[in-house]
Design a binder for this molecule. Structure first.
Ligand SMILES: N[C@@H](CCC(=O)N[C@@H](CS)C(=O)NCC(=O)O)C(=O)O
Length: 241
């Protein structure tokens, strides 16, 4: 059985989609990141970067003690290894899926995340930042659109590269992207949305009661983090400021 430390965000969805696709037995442990649950000592032991998602696999490959994994890309690779699914076996094809997984982890996710921050959450309008991340979003969509020309999925077959990128693209309205400008991305996005496992994972996410992150408290929890936040979470003395 796998415990999934989860909050209904694109990074969380990557993993619930995998678990649903593979039919693995799992239990969702909600981590309310708007209320600071990512700083509880129990969670930090599993996820030292205080971010969801994370998993505990109680029946890990090779047996032994329960195994913890944080970072969505690492979790997807671990689950692909465990199940032998959603990552091609042939090494040329496999490395392509991994390339695009890394592209998502290092590019699409972080850039769209900053786009959301400056377009939706920043308490003041910062035109340079909005321009910078909007431009980068468009560039990344263009990269993905080219990649998808003449192919159904990002890699040779439906893989963890699709599972990583798709939940981020599903927020295209948040990052103010006209998806019609990217016909291949749109076709790919809509096709994957029809997969039963993807629908179940999205429905499960929508059903979770999250509230908004417009309160000052949740803004402070999410956007006011510094080294002092971690010291406090670990119960260490704060130095002079
Ligand atoms: N690189 C990490 C990013 C995870 C991440 O940013 N998670 C967000 C939700 S999508 C989070 O937990 N935020 C909590 C916080 O900012 O304290 C991954 O892919 O797992």
């Amino acid at each position: 059985m796998i415990e999934l430390y989860f909050w209904p965000t694109p990074n969380g969805l990557k993993i619930s989609v995998f678990l649903e696709e593979a039919g693995l037995e799992y239990r969702v442990v909600p981590i309310n990141i708007q209320k600071g649950a990512q700083f509880s000592p129990e969670f930090l032991q599993i996820a030292p970067n205080n971010r969801i998602p994370a998993i505990i696999d109680h029946t890990p490959c090779g047996g032994g003690e329960p195994l913890t994994v944080f970072e969505s890309g690492a979790i997807l690779m671990y689950l692909a290894e465990k199940t032998g699914r959603y990552l091609p076996k042939d090494s040329r094809l496999r490395v392509q899926a991994i390339e695009w997984l890394m592209w998502q982890m290092g590019g699409l996710g972080p850039m769209l995340g900053q786009n959301h921050h400056f377009n939706r959450y920043a308490p003041e309008e910062v035109p340079y930042a909005i321009r910078r991340y909007t431009n980068e979003t468009l560039r990344l969509y263009a990269v993905l659109d080219r990649r998808l020309q003449g192919r159904e999925f990002i890699a040779e077959e439906y893989s963890i590269a699709d599972m990583a990128a798709h939940p981020w693209v599903s927020r295209y309205e948040w990052h103010k992207t006209d998806i019609d400008r990217f016909p291949q991305v749109k076709r790919w996005y809509e096709g994957i949305l029809l997969r039963p496992a993807v629908r179940i994972a999205h429905q499960q996410a929508v059903q979770m009661e999250t509230g908004t992150i417009d309160s000052d408290d949740s803004r402070q929890v999410l956007f006011g983090q510094t080294d002092a936040t971690l010291k406090e979470a670990y119960g260490e003395a704060l130095g002079p400021d």
